[in-house]
Structure formats: C-alpha cells, structure tokens
Ligand binder design. Structure first.
Ligand code: PLP
Length: 410
C-alpha cells in the first residue's frame, strides 16, 4: 500500500499545488472543509494591502487599486469554479446574510406561495434564516417545511416558493443531486436555492446547466480565503431584472455615489451587495484563488474521490472498523470531499489526534469528520493519519481525561 500511495502522489497532477500553501511542519491537516490552509499568496497580499494600499495610498486605493470592484472581480473568478457564466456572482457578506437576500427574493418572485422547503439535516444557519424571515413576515408569507433528504424532491408542491438545499451535507458528507432537485422544483413552479459551502472548489458544480436560481457559498473552506472571509452569492441572470432583495444598501444601488435619497437597485448582480466591502479579507480571497489557476476541477474531484476511498478502505481494514461507523455514503459519487464516522468517543478521539498532529473535527453529538483538500493533501498523509489514529485507539490514549473536556469551539 505504501508504495502504491507514493506512486499516486508522484503522478498526481495537483501535487505541485501543495507548495502554494503554508502547512505547519509534521501536521496532517484534514479540516480544509472548515478552514482551508493559508496560501502564501494570501499572506503576501495582506502585507501589500496593509502596507502599500491602506498604509500609503489610503483613500485613493478605492480607485487606484480597484478596491471598489473587488466584490465583482472576485465574483467573476469564483464563477467558473461553480459553472456560472459572467455577471451572476458577487463576493460579499456571510452565507447567512446572503441566504437572507436570496430567500426573500425567492418568496417575492413566487407570489401566493409561502413555503421554503428544506431538510431537517440542513446546516442550521440555513434553517435559522428562514425562521427569522418567518418571524419578520408572519406565517402567511413565509413558512419552513423540513423533510428528510430522500423525500426532498418528491415533497415539492404548489405551496413551495423555493427549495433550500445544501449540495453536500455537512455532517454526513452525502451529496444530493442538485440537477434533479432543481428540475423537479421547476416542474412544480418553485425555485431552487443551493448552498455550496462544501462544494465550491472541490466539486464540479454546474449552476447554469442545472438551471439553479440562486446559490450561496463560502470562501474560507475549500477556497482557502482565510477565517471569516467573505462569502459569495449567485443570482441567475434571468432573475436579475425582476428580483428584489430587501437589504437595500448603497453598494447595491444603481449609482451609489450619486447619494440619492431613494433606493434603486443595480440591474445586475451588484444589486446583491449591501455595504462597504471588507478589503483586507477580500484581497486575501483574491490571492487565494490564484491556487485554482489552470486547475481542472474534474482532476480535483477525481483526486478527492480517490482520497476518501483510500481513507475508508484503510479504516475498514483496521481492527477498529467495528467501533467507527462510517455515516458517509459508500459510493464516492454520492459523497463530497469528506468522511464522517459515528463513534462513542468522537470528541476525545478528535482531541487526541490534534495532539498528535492530525487535524480533524468533531460535530455533535458524536461524529468525527475528516475533510480532504485535493490541492494540498497527499495520499501518503491519508495513510499516515489512519496509522496515527490506529495507534491512539489501540492504546486508548483518547480516553485520558485531558482529552475528554469540551472546548468552546468544537
Ligand atoms: C460553513 C457553512 C455555512 C457558514 O455560514 P456563514 O454565515 O458564512 O458563517 C453555511 N452553510 C453551510 C452548509 C456551511 O457548511
């Protein structure tokens, strides 16, 4: 196996990308689905932006360094990674805020329908944003209905204004068929809103081809834009004329710098912007995206599938396979770039692994998640991570009391 993995690394078309990222020595980082590694280019860009642009050029930088265009220039760079043509994606705010904009827009585009249909197991912030909108508008205008993932497509009906679906389930790593769900939504006269948090940069998303109506995603996971980096939002061109997102901000105005008292939205994707962009953070995203230059997303997906398959196979071959129950789909086509295991002592196992240089994460109540980032993880790292995990489990190191106390961020 070791030789086989070395060979895979040797012939990996993405291997040269590893050098673009800072990885602390002796660390196996399998948490790129929560916060990607830092690209050297991002670090350097932040230095430039603070020293030269903010430090010396100050206010003139809005024009001189095109700060004002960053939300759209970065949006256009993200677009090809998610199968979107030009002028449909902007970079701004967080996923949560962008969800508010697009869920409101969807409800308004479907008068007489009040239901947002989602899954019980969706990421909580997605569900919370609908609940907040319901609290604001009242149940006659907005309700949330949650069903099981398997029932999502078949539950869409004449009350559904929009389906709110995350392509890859953050707990289980299960990937849903967005093309099919969108098609079914449209047959029922509903819209489809997709959350790409665990897709962007790692799955061959085809927003335009799938006819998705709205989408959101973040840049700090597989896109490596840095902690709390701004998110992105997609609005299909066909909706841009008619849609109305209610967070009227001056950056979304047709002519923000006319300072008119009345709001008039820009008639393109810029209408999704609200306030002043966070330039330092956004510049880091811009630089981080360089890592995707000349990358074929199909190669990324292929390596991702291989990585999850090898990791799973090694676990299944180990004598601990009975204790760790994989809750991710067996078929690599049906999962994203992560594997999750249910295990009684998942939290302490995770802590003990962190202490031994293997970073995974824990999700309540008892799941340990491993994320695989094809741009910087190698096949040999995968095998080493499993080996370290086996030694922890063999000696029950994780059951020591120092690993069982919960920290604030799990
Ligand atoms: C990480 C993640 C988010 C994060 O939302 P923010 O508002 O950007 O913090 C949202 N949805 C999903 C599915 C996620 O995995």
């Amino acid at each position: 196996m070791t030789e086989e993995l070395a060979l895979l690394d040797k012939h990996d078309p993405l291997a040269p990308k590893q050098a673009l990222f800072h990885c602390p020595e002796n660390l196996i980082y399998l948490d790129g689905n929560s916060l990607g590694l830092m690209p050297y280019a991002a670090k350097q860009r932040i230095q430039e932006v603070t020293q030269e642009q903010w430090g010396n050029d100050l206010i003139t930088s809005w024009n001189k360094h095109q700060w004002i265009d960053l939300p759209t220039t970065i949006g256009e760079r993200i677009a090809p990674l998610i199968g979107a043509g030009q002028q449909q994606v902007v970079c701004c705010d967080s996923i949560s805020i962008n969800l508010f904009k697009v869920i409101s827009s969807a409800i308004k585009l479907r008068p007489g329908r009040q239901e947002i249909l989602s899954t019980h197991d969706n990421f909580p912030t997605d569900l919370y944003m609908v609940q907040g909108l319901q609290a604001l508008l009242g149940e006659q205008h907005c309700t949330l209905r949650m069903v099981d993932e398997e029932q999502l497509a078949s539950s869409i009906d004449e009350h559904t204004a929009a389906v709110l679906v995350t392509e890859v389930n953050f707990r289980t790593g299960r990937r849903l068929d967005i093309a099919a769900i969108t098609a079914q939504a449209h047959r029922q006269g509903a819209l489809c809103i997709v959350d790409l948090a665990h897709s962007a940069g790692v799955l061959p998303v085809q927003l335009d081809n799938w006819q998705v109506d709205f989408a959101v995603g973040c840049t700090y996971k597989y896109l490596n834009g840095g902690p709390g980096a701004p998110a992105f939002v997609y609005a299909a061109k066909r909706h841009q004329e008619e849609m109305c997102q209610p967070l009227f901000g001056w950056m979304g105005h047709k002519q923000g710098f006319a300072f008119a008292p009345g709001y008039e939205p820009a008639n393109n994707a810029r209408q999704l912007l609200t306030g002043t962009p966070s330039i330092i953070s956004m510049s880091a995203v811009d630089a981080a995206l360089d890592a995707y230059d000349n990358v074929n997303i199909d190669d990324v997906r292929e390596k991702s599938k291989q990585m999850t398959s090898i990791f799973l196979k090694l676990i299944q071959q180990s004598r601990f396979c009975q204790e760790l129950h994989c809750i991710s789909p067996e078929d690599p086509e049906l999962r994203g770039s992560q594997l999750s295991f249910e295990y009684e002592h998942a939290y302490s196992l995770c802590q003990a692994l962190i202490d031994r240089g293997v970073i995974a994460d824990f999700r309540a109540p008892n799941y340990i998640r491993f994320g695989f980032a094809p741009l910087y993880n190698s096949f040999q790292q995968i095998a080493n991570a499993v080996r370290i995990m086996e030694s922890v489990l063999a000696e029950s190191i994780h059951l020591q009391s120092r690993y069982t106390v919960r920290k604030a961020v799990t």
